[in-house]
Structure formats: C-alpha cells, structure tokens
Write a protein that binds this ligand. Structure first.
Ligand SMILES: [Zn+2]
Length: 266
C-alpha cells in the first residue's frame, strides 16, 4: 500500500517555475517531453520539460527555479499547487498543474477515507504575516488532545492562560470554529456548546474536517482584534511510523503523545 506522505514534495520536484520575459511566470512539467510537433516548430535548441499552457514561448535563456524558492521569494503563502493562482504565476498553467497533479481528486481516494482518524499528522504552525520567518512542526497522534496540542503551541507563542484561544478548521473561525476552549476557560464559560480541550482529540477533529495533507487548521486569539496562528498539514503518518518520528533524538520538546520536531526561528 502506498502511503501518501510527502506527495507534495514529489509534485514540487516534478514541476518548476520558468521565469521568462512575460509578466507572469509559467510552470514546466519536467517529467514530460515535448511532442514532436512542438519541438519541430520551436526555434533554437530544445528546452527541457513541457510548459503547462500554450501561451507565450520558451527560450533556453529563461530561468527555471524550484517552486518552493519561487513561492518564498515572492512571499506566496502556499505549500504547493492549491487554490487560486498567485498573481505572479500564469493562471492557465496553475489550473492545468492542479489537474495534472491530481491534488483535487486525491481525497476521493477510498484509502484516505479509511485512514482518517487513525493516522498522525505533522502540522507546520506559523503566525499570519510572518510565515516564512518562523515556523514549528508539531507531530500529533490521533489520540493527542487539543489540550496537549495547545500546550505545545503555547511554547513558541506569547499566549498564556489569560488569552482566550479558539481552534478552527479554516481561516474564518466564526464559520468553522471547533468550539473548543482551554480546560480552565471552559470551566469559567459554563457553556455546554463548547468542548473542553482535553476532551477533543486530533482524531475527532480529523474525522470532522477530513483532515489530510495540504489542509489547514487555525488558532484565533485576542478576539477584539483577532490575531491568528495557523498550521498546514505537511505530512500524514501511519500509526507504525509515529513511534519513530516521535522518539527521534532531535525532538525539540514533547508531551505524552505529541512533539515539536523541527523549527525555523528568526
Ligand atoms: Zn502558462
């Protein structure tokens, strides 16, 4: 059985961004070769790979850069080919690449459905507005509670017990709030529509959100002027892989079932 861990890195290895003379950059599929017709009509020496749209032209002098470098350079807050095309990249190439990479339909995969709730995740937490300067990878098991996750998130934030914090499934916490409160705040709130953080496990959240690679969760605090941290699901781990990942010597800090395994600090 093929595990879909690191699918995104395979996809971003396959495609590169070509920066040419136009206002937008195009995407090149390095696994594909040009058809005979295309190379017959192209001028000059052959260029590697195949452009994902039929617009513009190619030139051997155009520079090819890795997708991640291009995204970082332009401060594009995406982990790969997802959602709408950024302004800097040709939208035809973008949507064709999403189709080619099959990222849209990956979720239809029945294997995935069966696994949700039993797998662990590597969640890359960032703060909105400074996503490239600082991030923390937290590995969670399905049984990791949101209380535990919250403890690890608070390690690298300035959040303390006085901050009301709420986790949600997407960007807009009002529409997608998990209605989970830190335990001590749950007691104060006395509102049964909320769940105590220690009563909600990552596996429950995963089942509710059908959480998989590329998805995001967010954490909103300071509700007057909402600020947020958010995370992207970077990898999915089978249960038997989790022990290895979590007991690695390089773990930065851990709780009973979860750990911060990597970080980038300014
Ligand atoms: Zn294009």
């Amino acid at each position: 059985m093929i595990l879909r861990t690191d699918t995104m890195s395979e996809i971003t290895d396959r495609f590169v961004i070509e920066v040419g003379s136009g206002t937008v950059a195009h995407i090149i599929d390095m696994d594909a070769t040009q058809t005979e017709t295309e190379s017959r009509f192209s001028l000059g020496p052959d260029v590697a790979g195949k452009k994902m749209c039929s617009r513009g032209y190619r030139d051997i002098r155009f520079q090819q850069v890795p997708v991640s470098d291009f995204m970082a350079h332009h401060d594009i807050d995406k982990e790969g080919f997802e959602g709408d095309a950024p302004d800097e990249i040709c939208s035809y190439c973008w949507s064709n690449t999403i189709k080619a990479a099959g990222t849209d339909q990956s979720r239809a995969d029945e294997d995935v459905s069966e696994k949700i709730g039993t797998v662990g995740y590597r969640l890359r937490w960032k703060q909105k507005g400074r996503a490239h300067d600082e991030w923390y990878d937290i590995v969670v098991r399905p049984e990791t509670t949101l209380a535990e996750l919250d403890r690890l998130v608070c390690r690298f934030t300035t959040l303390d017990d006085f901050h009301l914090r709420m986790y949600s499934l997407e960007d807009e916490y009002l529409d997608s709030s998990l209605n989970v409160l830190p335990d001590h705040q749950y007691k104060e709130a006395g509102d049964r529509s909320y769940t105590k953080a220690s009563d909600m496990a990552v596996g429950n959240v995963a089942e509710r959100a059908r959480l998989w690679e590329g998805d995001r969760l967010s954490l909103v605090y300071d509700f007057g002027t909402p600020s947020r941290y958010y995370c992207l699901v970077k990898s999915v781990y089978e249960p038997d892989q989790l022990d290895d990942v979590l007991t690695d010597n390089d773990v930065i800090t851990s709780t009973e079932t979860a750990a911060i395994i990597r970080e980038k600090r300014p």
